[in-house]
Design a protein around this ligand. Structure first.
Ligand SMILES: [Zn+2]
Length: 331
């Protein structure tokens, strides 16, 4: 459990919050809900806040009190009736044994006489066996149990699982809401424009960038990539340099940049290009949409294979991708 267990919901989640609170108050909360939407928008944070509300002894104005015994257990990460299930390693699958343990625990009576809650994330990390084991508990739900699935990619879930959950959708929040929120958290010197774009409009991603010098790291990636495109650095030299970074992070950044460039006005003058891709535009002013799509495809394929647990040679994968970037930029 993270410090975000302080039961704070995010400003763009008001509607979803009120919807579930209302269902709970009318005693019509379903046994399984699926929080679905793009990554980086705080679905996990929502689940933390909502499960705490559900288990709290004396919620105030529809939020957990943060002071009762149950809230205390949750803040200490030791509530006996709240379980979080995630892959044992990032990018790996949720195993059938983990789901079996979950199904069994849902069958027992709650130790604190309230709800029993299991949060499973990311739901798409369940393999078919794990998903089938979960279906069993969804077909025969015990009273006062809630299963919360979280997914960035609900199309990858078994339709039989999706159809047994009430889907709560979380769209990407609007730019003004995100910028206002970031303004309260970022140092005054931060360019909110740049931060917003580097995070692809995802507020939690922006928060991560703020907390670990991510914005500076992204700027370094841009400087390096510019050197490649202007011929001052070879693909191999850059691949070697970028070995120090997380491959997922690099691919995410490239995908974000290429998408940003695709979204520019068809005949763009430099001043019309968004802050986050202005630098890239200087080095790729003439690249065709077709070539950009091809690069984006290559990045996406690599990302998908990583998510599925592939373990490619980082240096070779980067070198081949970077070579392709140079080639597509000049063809
Ligand atoms: Zn409480």
């Amino acid at each position: 459990m993270t410090e975000a267990a302080a039961a704070i919901r995010l400003p763009w989640q008001e509607q979803q919050w009120l919807h579930l609170v209302e269902l709970h108050q009318q005693n019509t909360l379903p046994h399984a809900i699926l929080l679905a939407g793009p990554q980086g928008i705080g679905k996990q944070r929502f689940a933390e806040a909502f499960t705490q509300y559900l288990l709290c002894e004396s919620p105030r104005q529809n939020v957990a009190c943060g002071e009762c015994r149950q809230c205390g257990f949750i803040q200490a990460g030791s509530h006996p009736d709240l379980k979080w299930i995630a892959p044992e390693e990032r990018g790996k699958q949720i195993k059938i044994d983990q789901v079996r343990a979950l199904v069994e625990s849902l069958g027992h009576t709650a130790q604190q006489s309230g709800y029993k809650v299991v949060v499973l994330a990311p739901a798409e990390a369940m393999n078919i066996n794990a998903a089938n084991a979960l279906l069993k508990s969804l077909e025969e739900p015990a009273a006062k149990t809630l299963l919360v699935l979280i997914s960035d990619a609900q199309s990858q879930l078994l339709p039989t699982i999706r159809s047994r959950c009430q889907v709560v959708g979380f769209p990407l929040p609007s730019m003004p809401i995100v910028k206002d929120w970031l303004a309260t958290l970022a140092p005054a010197s931060t360019s909110l424009e740049l931060l917003y774009e580097e995070a692809a409009g995802q507020p939690m991603t922006a928060l991560e960038l703020l907390s670990d010098d991510g914005l500076e790291r992204r700027q370094q990636l841009m400087t390096d990539f510019s050197m490649l495109l202007s011929g001052r650095l070879s693909a191999l030299a850059l691949a070697e340099k970028w070995q120090q970074y997380d491959l997922r992070d690099i691919l995410y950044w490239l995908a974000n940049k290429f998408s940003g460039l695709l979204a520019r006005p068809y005949v763009a003058e430099e001043g019309e290009v968004a802050a986050g891709v202005a630098e890239l535009f200087k080095h790729m002013p003439l690249i065709s949409a077709r070539n950009l799509f091809a690069l984006l495809d290559q990045v996406t394929n690599l990302r998908v294979s990583l998510e599925r647990g592939a373990n490619p040679n980082k240096l070779l994968a980067l070198e081949s991708l970077l070579l392709e970037c140079c080639e597509k930029n000049h063809s």
